[in-house]
Ligand binder design. Structure first.
Ligand code: T5A
Length: 211
């Protein structure tokens, strides 16, 4: 069965994930590879409904367990309806956030047990892990500063302390999953960031012998 590559982008708010995904999509297209772009939470009808609930600033009293389960539910729907079929059709999937966001935000940020968040999400994604994960590394203060011109959603409006716990969480995850993670300094100009990401993707294409 044909199988495309599954590439995820992680990092704090304002790290530049969406900006970089557009560049990667273009690069892949220039090499003749078809890709789809997904974002989390959301990307399906059910997922978008959950996204509205999760990001609505009015829902301040949402229980952390419910928050974690809603993110996992949105992901389960996305994997079964969009990601899995696309990969099976030989497409590349570029996902703006995935399982690592739940590990970073719901475990390191909220303080929920890492093993439970991991297990529940592995079940949600039917063990469909990314081939490679780019962590766009940027300090929490800088990331929030980049987003200050727009209205903050429920997670973005959390304290700096929360965002710093998420930042540290990502650093730990990058150590834990060294083989899968590529840590990219996201402070530089978007073109420089993009060059580094594309170099890594080209290496992966060469080793994965994708045709
Ligand atoms: N969440 C999500 C969880 O808690 N658990 C989960 O399991 C999941 C999946 C999603 C929220 O949900 C949380 C995390 C999030 O808080 P969202 O709106 O989808 O909310 O938020 P983000 O994914 O964080 O999207 P952002 O738009 O905030 O960040 P991006 O995509 O990383 O940044 P981007 O590309 O939009 O750029 C932001 C700004 O910075 C500029 C851009 O022009 C833009 O203005 N920029 C740069 N400026 C200088 N230098 C660069 N290199 C730049 N790159 C981009």
């Amino acid at each position: 069965m044909k199988k495309g590559l599954f590439i995820t982008f992680e990092g704090l708010e304002g790290a530049g994930k969406s900006t970089q995904i557009k560049k990667v999509e273009k690069h892949l297209a220039s090499k003749g590879f078809a890709s789809i772009v997904t974002r989390e939470p959301g990307g399906t009808f059910i997922g978008d409904e959950l996204r509205d609930i999760l990001l609505d600033i009015e829902n301040k009293d949402i229980d952390y367990k419910v928050e974690a389960l809603f993110y996992a539910a949105s992901r389960a729907q996305l994997v079964s309806k969009v990601i899995k079929p696309a990969l099976q059709n030989g497409k590349f999937v570029l996902s703006d956030r995935y399982i690592d966001s739940s590990l970073a935000y719901q475990s390191y940020g909220r303080g929920l047990p890492l093993d439970l968040i991991l297990e529940c999400n592995k079940w949600a994604i039917s063990d469909m892990m990314p081939d490679i994960t780019f962590l766009l590394r940027l300090g929490a203060e800088e990331g929030l500063r980049r987003c200050q011109d727009r209205t903050a959603d429920r997670i973005e409006s959390e304290s700096l302390d929360f965002h710093q716990r998420v930042e540290n969480g990502y650093d730990e995850l990058a150590q834990m999953y060294k083989d899968r993670y590529r840590v990219i300094d996201a402070k530089s100009d978007p073109e420089i960031v993009s060059q580094k990401i594309i170099e890594e993707i080209d290496k992966l294409l060469a080793t994965a012998k994708v045709k």
